[in-house]
Design a protein around this ligand. Structure first.
Ligand code: SF4
Length: 161
């Protein structure tokens, strides 16, 4: 597990932390409103909006705030599986340290941190978690297009879909 990072980037508000599994650190970057089910999309919308408006994030093991509705609909969903857990491990290895996530602390995904994460993603340096994912081509094309259309798009990209 990565060490906790203390410093001015830590969120000081009372907003409850978003519980996020490791590989969803990547998925939130390219999310354009598509997902496994309407419930999953609604949960993703809610999580991205919370992050966009400054809620802190805490990395968790296993199903998170995005998975919750999907797991409720489909108890045997892949969210509990080994492949999802392996994606989490890879994503944490590749990107969580850079974003200051890990340990017991919750932290806000500042614009600088998100920009750094997008650059790692765009250049393929954080994509080991994406191997074999059915959304990989879509995510690659969104990144190549400057993340335009992503709900968590950078300020100079296009509007979210
Ligand atoms: S390819 Fe899959 S794991 Fe990677 S960011 Fe896209 S949806 Fe997430």
């Amino acid at each position: 597990m990565l060490p906790r990072v203390d410093g001015p980037e830590h969120d000081r508000t009372d907003a409850p932390a978003v519980r996020l599994r490791g590989h969803h650190l990547l998925c939130i970057l390219t999310y354009v409103g598509r997902g496994y089910s309407p419930a999953f999309v609604a949960a993703m919308d809610a999580v991205v909006e919370r992050i966009r408006t400054g809620a802190p994030v805490r990395i968790v093991d296993g199903p998170d705030d995005i998975c919750a509705a999907h797991v409720a609909e489909a108890p045997d969903a892949h969210c509990h599986g080994d492949s999802a857990a392996e994606r989490d491990r890879r994503a944490v290895h590749d990107v969580a340290g850079l974003m200051g996530l890990g340990g017991e602390g919750a932290i806000r995904l500042t614009a600088d941190r998100l920009d750094a994460a997008r650059e790692l993603f765009r250049t393929g340096r954080s994509r080991s978690a994406c191997r074999g994912c059915s959304w990989a081509d879509l995510c690659t094309s969104i990144a190549a297009d400057g993340f335009a259309g992503a709900r968590l798009a950078p300020a100079d990209a296009g509007e979210g879909a």
